[in-house]
Design a binder for this molecule. Structure first.
Ligand SMILES: Nc1ncnc2c1ncn2[C@@H]1O[C@H](COP(=O)(O)OP(=O)(O)OP(=O)(O)O)[C@@H](O)[C@H]1O
Length: 241
């Protein structure tokens, strides 16, 4: 079976900044994969290249056996990208948002309502996007990314800014998404989150992948106590902003 993601030699410069400087990654189907790194490590740029939203200067990325650049409409139907809450349509309610996303993908309203239920937002269906809490808005953005039942899901810092209870609720949702057979790729600043959710992680810094492996194996390999220590040892930096 082909891998969910196969990227080789990805490079992207912005002026003098080498945002992504030779990244290679392979993610298996059904895997829960985390990309970790300090601010400016190149996580978001890497994700955007993988998603086919940004063209790499060099290198190739294949998703589900197909090249992600140039953009391929057939592939877009099979992947889900969590957009930031700021990408919602203005002034629409939660239900109107997800129905709009659903119709863009040719998905019926019943499925859209079912996704709202899955992320626990049925009671907030009639609430306007700018009146949702941070956690509710994150869950709505994840529901919109999943409404067309994608095989591969990308999430960029899905739990940043959430309170501990909202983070745990989202973790349960992400585990459920993954246990249903979907491949999940996320970026995060939270080492506990990566340890809790990810089958494997890639630790990035300065545009490069420093190490890839299951969190527990990385901890054992480096002879430290936690993924936080792994991160500190590899990057020489605390992960917190
Ligand atoms: N559109 C852009 N134009 C110019 N420079 C950019 C652009 N996007 C990112 N960069 C630079 O590229 C580098 C990598 O940025 P990127 O957003 O990929 O990192 P990140 O690991 O996702 O960071 P964070 O954790 O802070 O979100 C940074 O130095 C950033 O300033």
């Amino acid at each position: 079976m082909t891998a969910a993601i196969k990227a080789e030699g990805l490079r992207k410069r912005y002026g003098d900044v080498r945002a992504v400087d030779g990244v290679g990654l392979t993610v298996g189907r059904g895997e829960f994969f985390g990309i970790l790194g300090p601010n400016g490590a190149g996580k978001t740029t890497t994700l955007e290249i993988l998603e086919g939203l940004r063209r790499p200067d060099e290198g190739t990325a294949e998703l589900l056996g197909q090249s992600s650049w140039p953009r391929n409409p057939d592939l877009l139907k099979r992947i889900g990208v969590q957009l930031q809450a700021s990408a919602f349509f203005e002034k629409l309610t939660a239900r109107e948002q997800i129905h709009t996303f659903a119709s863009l993908y040719g998905v019926g309203p019943e499925r859209a309502d079912a996704m709202l239920e899955t992320v626990g937002l049925t009671e907030k269906a009639g609430t306007r996007e700018d009146q949702l809490s941070g956690g509710q808005a994150q869950r709505l953005s994840i529901a919109c990314a999943l409404v067309h039942d994608p095989e591969l899901v990308f999430l960029d810092e899905p739990t940043t800014g959430l309170d501990p209870q909202a983070r745990r609720n989202l973790w349960d949702l992400l585990r459920q998404i993954n246990s249903e057979g979907r491949t999940v790729v996320l970026t995060t600043h939270y080492m506990d989150e990566a340890e809790e959710l990810c089958d494997r992680v890639a630790v990035m810094d300065a545009g490069r992948v420093l190490r890839t492996g299951p969190p527990r194996e990385l901890v054992a390999e480096l002879g430290v106590d936690s993924l936080e220590d792994v991160f500190l040892q590899l990057t020489g930096r605390e992960y917190r902003e």
